[in-house]
Structures are given as structure tokens and as C-alpha cells.
Design a protein around this ligand. Structure first.
Ligand SMILES: [Zn+2]
Ligand SMILES: [Zn+2]
Length: 211
């Protein structure tokens, strides 16, 4: 996943920053520890996962949305998939989803919107793929925004979560770098990576980070 430029806060594309899209009665998540509103980090149309796969059927797989508390960084167990310091959802596919407005107060939005581009790289190793891409294109390493699907490249021990509904191991939807600029990007402990997982059968998602 690479930086494809700035984007609109409400665009229905894969991006970090901006606002989540949901026309239902979705309420902005709050942190289990500090009770403040979480920060919206990123969204990914799950159809993007099929872009390079020969699945045949594409369309209507829903939107992954990831939030994390940033009101008191490091104090809300925001790295943990189940402690309530972050939240991840699979929103149902909608033709014209509406932006959910951010609540007043707290840290609710990133400093900018970064749209995801996707480039296929011939490598099984995420780190190699990412550094190789920067070298080959002459673009800054920080514009490599992460990995779409595939196997997680863990910075610490393996931590694949179980689906809270069916109990099976969840699939990696994306591994996210913090972003291209430290002032406007996500906080995964300084150089860490976020990992967003889904169980599409149960429409469940989970998020965690390591550094
Ligand atoms: Zn909190
Ligand atoms: Zn499940």
C-alpha cells in the first residue's frame, strides 16, 4: 500500500484520516478507559482485497473502519485488540454512505487524509517489499503505507486474533504503517505497525498494534 496523494475527508476509497462513512445508526466509539471519543484512523473497502486475487466475484464486501483512542496516548491500552482502547468494524456495503460527523472534543481525526494506492510487489517479505519499493521508485520510505491482505509481518510475537463470533483465526485485511508525516499520522508507539483483521463471514473486525 502506497501513498496516492491527499484526498477528501468523505471519499469512499481506502484512506487514512478523514471521516468514517455509515448511513445507519452508528455512534462514534468511545474509549473503555478514558471514556473519550476515539480517533478515526483508516477505512478500507474490502473489495480492494480482491483487486489482485482471482476471486471472480467483486462488489459489496463492506467497509473496514478502524478507530483508536488518542486522548491520553499510552494510557488506554490502545494497542490491545480487546481492551476497549481501539475499535474496528465491518460496515455493510452501501451505495451512497454518509459521513459520520466527529463528536466535539477529544482527538477524533488525523491531521490529513492519505489515499491508499496499491502496487504489486514480487516478494513474500513485507519489509523487503517496502524498502525495495522505496529504493526502486526513489520515493520516501514513509510513503509506503503498509500491506494489503497477505500474512502479517509481526514486529513482536504473533498475535492473530480469534473472531469473537465464530472463534476462527481472523484474516489480515491490512497492516498499516504510521503514515508519511509524524505530525499528521497515526501513533503506533513511534515506528510501530497497526494490524487490522476481519472475519468477513461474521462481519467482525479487530485491530491491534505493535512497535
Ligand atoms: Zn482512552
Ligand atoms: Zn467469524
Amino acid at each position: 500500500m502506497t501513498y496516492a496523494g491527499p484526498g477528501e475527508e468523505t471519499s469512499p476509497v481506502g484512506r487514512t484520516g478523514g471521516l468514517p462513512l455509515n448511513s445507519g445508526d452508528f455512534s462514534w466509539p468511545t474509549c473503555a478507559t478514558c471514556k473519550g471519543p476515539m480517533q478515526f484512523l483508516a477505512q478500507l473497502p474490502l473489495d480492494d482485497l480482491g483487486r489482485y486475487a482471482d476471486r471472480g466475484e467483486v462488489g459489496g464486501r463492506g467497509m473496514l473502519a478502524v478507530f483508536m483512542c488518542q486522548n491520553d496516548p499510552g494510557m488506554c491500552e490502545e494497542w490491545d485488540p480487546t481492551a476497549g482502547g481501539n475499535a474496528a468494524y465491518v460496515f455493510p456495503a452501501e451505495e451512497l454512505p454518509s459521513p459520520v460527523s466527529a463528536p466535539e472534543g477529544g482527538e477524533t481525526k488525523l491531521g490529513e487524509v492519505s489515499v491508499f494506492g496499491y502496487e504489486r510487489v514480487d516478494s513474500d517479505d513485507y519489509y523487503e517489499a517496502s524498502t525495495g519499493w522505496a529504493k526502486r521508485t526513489g520515493r520516501p520510505q514513509r510513503e509506503a503505507l503498509g500491506q494489503l491482505g497477505g500474512e502479517p509481518s509481526w514486529l513482536q510475537g504473533e498475535e492473530t486474533p480469534d473472531c469473537p463470533s465464530c472463534g476462527r483465526l481472523m484474516d489480515l485485511a491490512m497492516q498499516l504503517e504510521e503514515g508519511r508525516h509524524h505530525e499528521t499520522s497515526a501513533n503506533f508507539g513511534g515506528g510501530g505497525c497497526g494490524y487490522a483483521f476481519v472475519c468477513e463471514d461474521c462481519a467482525k473486525a479487530a485491530f491491534l498494534w505493535q512497535s
